[in-house]
Ligand binder design. Structure first.
Ligand SMILES: O=P(O)(O)OC[C@H]1O[C@](O)(CO)[C@@H](O)[C@@H]1O
Length: 451
């Protein structure tokens, strides 16, 4: 089925060789039941479903507060350092990078840079050198307040800010964290830092439309109201319980049926490099939501045509366990036209008057056909253009699809118990009090492996 709307559309026609309507129909009732549960205030997961209607229940006062602090940052500083990992930075980075020019020499704009998403000593040192002669604000984002990567970066950056700005850091550091719990909330309460709330019932990877994503985006000059408007439109459009009227559910169902047939890897592909970090966000969303109980589709992303010249060969002809979702931007605001050349030195005059976007779109269609012919099921998601409104729509679409997809597989979309194994090991090996016996066991095993 192809749902055609101006802003956003999906095309499933290349799936008919792999899954049929009869198979899909069998899931009409279960999808409808999951939908009712997702929208019920008494749902078993109501403590994690706050994201469902965030965009329609916008808190105008909070938006104004974010805009006002963002405006202060834009006036007073050249750099905002956003400290966070996973859902606490991927959404903002996704939208920011999608909407920021590839090359920009603009001065006078606040640049948003990220820390706490890795533990590279070189990265944090170089970041501090980079901001040395520029005015700085910091937004530390952690719902739990205990995640190691942002916590150690914040410790270093806080000391740096103290030395550089003294008491003024109370104005220059803004915390985004749980409304009641955690060390960052305690810090905000005890030391008077300004703060925003991550709603208790919204988990990290579903939090882009809360201050987690909205505040740094506003500071970076992104129109957060338009982002929310797009998400609001998606919320309304994706309100139907029947998958035939709800593209998010049809996408979820198609993935689910493909997985059952052995297509266990989804490649999200785009021909626009600026979408690279939208895919990083998408990977966390689907990977953490679905990858549990030995189930789940492995989410991978590529940027074409760059990657057609690296892993394109595998996609075309390697092991057949891949399906592909192409995210296409229908209209480009900016383009470049190929001109006629008298001597035709490169024999490319047949491209006269074609734009890069024309050629890129033909490349998209060419690879869709080639991959399909090579046995790859292909879905196309198309947005009309790359702006806040359409990205807001897209982000919400993926959130709704992801929750349905995980529920269909019978896993809880909102927990991530697997991440705890790594966290426990690292705390034990770093001598965190309380982990003594695990430390002993892990050290013995490491000796066996490495000595
Ligand atoms: O905001 P926090 O609590 O620091 O968590 C950051 C990220 O870590 C995880 O808890 C585990 O990867 C993610 O779900 C979350 O987005």
């Amino acid at each position: 089925m192809t749902v055609t709307k101006q802003a956003f559309s999906l095309n499933f026609s290349l799936l008919s060789k792999f899954i049929n309507e009869e198979e899909k129909n069998k899931y009409t009732n279960i999808i409808s039941m999951i939908h009712q549960e997702m929208h019920s205030p008494t749902s078993k997961d109501c403590d994690a479903l706050g994201w469902v209607d965030l965009a329609i229940k916008q808190d105008q006062k909070e938006i104004e507060q974010m805009l006002s602090v963002a405006n202060e940052i834009r006036t007073k500083s050249a750099v905002l350092i956003v400290i966070g990992i996973g859902g606490s930075y991927l959404g903002a980075k996704a939208v920011q990078d999608a909407l920021t020019p590839y090359f920009s020499k603009k001065s006078g704009e606040t640049e948003v840079i990220y820390a706490g998403q890795n533990m590279s000593g070189a990265y944090i040192n170089q970041l501090l050198q980079y901001v040395e002669d520029r005015e700085v604000y910091v937004n530390v984002i952690s719902k739990s307040g205990t995640t190691l990567e942002p916590a150690i970066s914040f410790r270093v950056i806080k000391s740096y800010m103290e030395k550089r700005y003294g008491d003024e850091i109370k104005n220059r550091i803004i915390l985004t964290t749980d409304p009641k719990n955690g060390l960052l909330r305690k810090l905000a309460q005890e030391e008077g830092y300004r703060s925003f709330e991550v709603p208790a019932e919204v988990g990290g990877r579903f939090s882009v439309l809360t201050p987690v994503g909205l505040f740094p985006l506003a500071a970076g000059g992104i129109d957060i109201q338009a982002l929310l408007d797009g998400a609001k439109q998606a919320t309304n459009d994706l309100m139907f319980s029947n998958y035939k009227e709800n593209e998010a559910y049809e996408y979820a169902l198609s993935r689910y049926l493909l997985e059952k047939k052995g297509y266990i890897i989804e490649i999200m592909a785009s021909f626009e490099p600026s979408l690279r970090n939208v895919f990083e966000w998408w990977k966390q969303l689907f990977g953490e939501s679905e990858g549990k109980d030995e189930k789940g589709i492995f989410p991978v992303s590529v940027t074409y045509t760059t990657d057609l010249h690296s892993i394109g060969q595998y996609i075309q002809a390697g092991k057949r366990q891949i399906f592909e979702t192409i995210l296409h931007v229908r209209n480009q605001q900016e383009d470049c036209t190929i001109q006629l050349m008298e001597n035709n030195f490169d024999q490319l005059n047949f491209l006269e008057d074609k734009t890069f976007h024309d050629i890129n779109t033909i490349a998209k269609n060419s690879s869709i056909l080639a991959h399909y012919d090579g046995g790859v099921p292909v879905i196309q998601v198309e947005i009309d253009k790359l702006d806040e409104y359409h990205l807001g729509y897209l982000l919400y679409f993926f959130e709704k699809a992801c929750a349905m997809s995980a529920y269909l597989s019978g896993v809880n979309p909102f927990d991530q118990p697997g991440v705890e194994s790594y966290k426990n090991n690292i705390f034990a090996l770093l001598n965190k009090p309380g982990y003594e016996s695990l430390k002993e066991e892990l050290e013995e095993r490491l000796t066996e492996i490495f000595d």
